[in-house]
Design a protein around this ligand. Structure first.
Ligand code: ADP
Length: 268
C-alpha cells in the first residue's frame, strides 16, 4: 500500500492555517496550539526533523487589539501582523519549552527564495536549526509583503510557502492541516454528496475543476491554492497529505500510514 511509504518520512514540514489556531469568535485556540506543540516535540524526540509553517499572525494581533474585522489598509495589516507574530511565536516557544524543545523564528519573502545567494542563506539556516534540534517556525514576513498583488515579495499564501519550504529542504513529507478532512470531489460545505479523494497522483484538469474557494473568514486560498501547492510537491516527487487540523495528534497516524485525508504522491 502506497501509504506505507510515509512511515519512512524523516524530514516533515507541517503547515497549519489560522482556522486551526483561532476560534471562530476570534479568540486563540490554546488547546490546538498546545496539542500541536506536543506533536512537534514528540516527533522531534522520535528523531524526526520537523519544520512548522504557521499562519495566524494577523488573527492573533486582531485578538490582542480586540478588532472585530480585518483592518482594511496594508500598513494597518502589517502592524497587526507584527504585533501578532511576536505573540504567536511567544506562545509556540512557551508551549514547546514545556515539552523540552526550542523554537527558531524564520520569516521569509519570495524574493529571498528566488535569489540564489539569499536562498542558500535560508537553507543553511534551516539545516543548521534542524541539526541543533531547534524547531524552525516559519511564516511569511508580512512587514515586507502583504499586498496580494505584490508578486515579487509575496508567496501568495502559506500553502505555497509550505510547499516551497518542503522543496528547499528536500522534505519527505508535507502535512497540510486545514479546516476540512481532505480534498473532495466538490466543496462538501455546499454539496453533501461530495466524496473524499484518498489518493491523488496527478493534478489533472478534472481535479482542478473540483476545487472551490476558501471556507472561513480566516481561510487563505481555498482548495485551488492547496492544489497549486500539491502540484509543486508532485512536480518535485515529494509527498503531501492534506488533512483536518482540528486534532493535531492525527499527524502521528498520518506518519504511520493510516488512511487519513488526501495523499498527494506519484504512483511510482
Ligand atoms: P485553510 O487556509 O484554513 O486551510 P481554506 O478556507 O483556504 O482553509 O480551505 C479550506 C476550505 O476549502 C474548506 O473549508 C471548504 O469550504 C473549501 N473547499 C472548496 N472546494 C473544496 C473541495 N473540493 N474539497 C474540500 N474543501 C473544499
Amino acid at each position: 500500500m502506497i501509504r506505507e511509504k510515509l512511515k519512512n518520512s524523516k524530514r516533515i514540514v507541517i503547515k497549519i492555517g489560522t482556522s486551526s489556531l483561532i476560534y471562530p469568535n476570534g479568540n486563540i485556540n490554546l488547546s490546538s496550539i498546545d496539542a500541536l506543540a506536543f506533536v512537534l516535540a514528540d516527533l522531534s524526540n522520535q528523531g524526526k526533523e520537523i519544520l512548522l509553517v504557521t499562519s495566524g499572525a494577523i488573527g492573533v494581533g486582531m485578538n490582542q487589539l480586540q478588532l472585530k474585522t480585518r483592518p482594511s489598509t496594508i500598513p494597518e495589516q502589517q502592524a497587526v501582523a507584527s504585533l501578532g507574530q511576536a505573540t504567536l511565536m511567544n506562545i509556540y516557544s512557551q508551549r514547546l519549552a514545556s515539552y523540552g524543545k526550542l523554537a527558531g523564528q524564520v520569516l521569509l519573502t519570495r524574493d529571498v527564495i528566488e535569489y540564489p545567494e539569499s536562498r542558500k542563506n535560508v537553507t543553511n539556516t534551516l539545516e543548521q536549526l534542524l541539526q541543533m534540534k531547534i524547531i524552525p517556525i516559519i511564516n511569511e514576513n508580512d512587514t515586507v509583503s502583504v499586498d496580494e498583488l505584490d508578486h515579487l515579495t509575496k508567496f501568495g499564501d502559506n500553502d505555497q510557502l509550505s510547499a516551497i519550504v518542503a522543496q528547499l529542504t528536500h522534505a519527505d513529507l508535507l502535512v497540510m492541516l486545514s479546516d476540512i478532512d481532505g480534498f473532495y470531489s466538490d466543496n462538501p460545505n455546499t454539496n453533501p454528496e461530495a466524496t473524499l479523494h484518498h489518493h491523488i497522483s496527478e493534478i489533472t484538469p478534472e481535479i482542478t475543476q473540483q476545487a472551490g474557494g476558501k471556507g472561513s473568514q480566516f481561510g487563505t486560498g481555498g482548495m485551488a491554492s492547496k492544489l497549486k501547492a500539491a502540484k509543486r510537491i508532485l512536480d518535485h516527487d515529494l509527498a503531501m497529505v492534506l488533512a483536518n487540523g482540528k486534532q493535531p495528534k492525527i499527524i502521528f497516524d498520518i506518519i504511520e500510514g493510516a488512511p487519513i485525508g488526501t495523499l498527494f504522491m506519484k504512483n511510482n
